[in-house]
Design a protein around this ligand. Sequence first.
Ligand SMILES: Cc1cc2nc3c(=O)[nH]c(=O)nc-3n(C[C@H](O)[C@H](O)[C@H](O)COP(=O)(O)O)c2cc1C
Length: 181
Amino acid sequence: MKLVGVSGALAGGKTSVAVGSVLAAARHLDSSIDTELIDLRDYEIDFAAGLPLAAYNEDTWNVVKKIQSADFLVFGTPIYQASLTGALKNLFDHLPEHAFRNKVTGMVATGLTEKHFLVLEYHLGSILSYFKGLIPTDNVFILNDYFDPETDEIMDKRMMERIRKMAEEMIDLQRGLMNRD
Ligand SMILES: Cc1cc2nc3c(=O)[nH]c(=O)nc-3n(C[C@H](O)[C@H](O)[C@H](O)COP(=O)(O)O)c2cc1C
């Protein structure tokens, strides 16, 4: 099974660390799982302008193909203006309808204030549902305070446990989807 993580931050490194931690937790739970982190800071994704995919640059094409070839995915976003980042939304705008059918789609966010923890359910979750992604009951919201300010390492054991639990649920759900007739 291939699990792809997408970090939707173009600025700092906390979201990428958080998504990478979900991938690491999944590998730890099942070493046969292949993982890949797509950090949007490493790609120049064109603005979606309603054109066929072939009209966009190579990075855009590559990232869309990597997402489509994943068995299941985890999306991470820093909270921006009480929502997901524009960079992540722009990437979604390149995907076809039903892009996540039969795929588990987990969610991770980082933010300054816990007042925005429902952004995952109400903003990102509704987009993933539109694409027919199966959303785990667990998601992970990590306050900036839980990161080491120097290294962006996640310092809070409870957060690491939430990440482990979500990874476990994602694997169980994806196995269930793949074993259906
Ligand atoms: C433009 C912008 C808008 C932001 N808006 C919010 C917000 O509405 N709520 C919040 O909790 N944090 C907000 N933040 C803080 C980021 O979500 C937070 O610092 C996050 O951990 C950054 O992740 P990164 O290190 O991956 O870039 C905002 C940051 C920026 C740059």
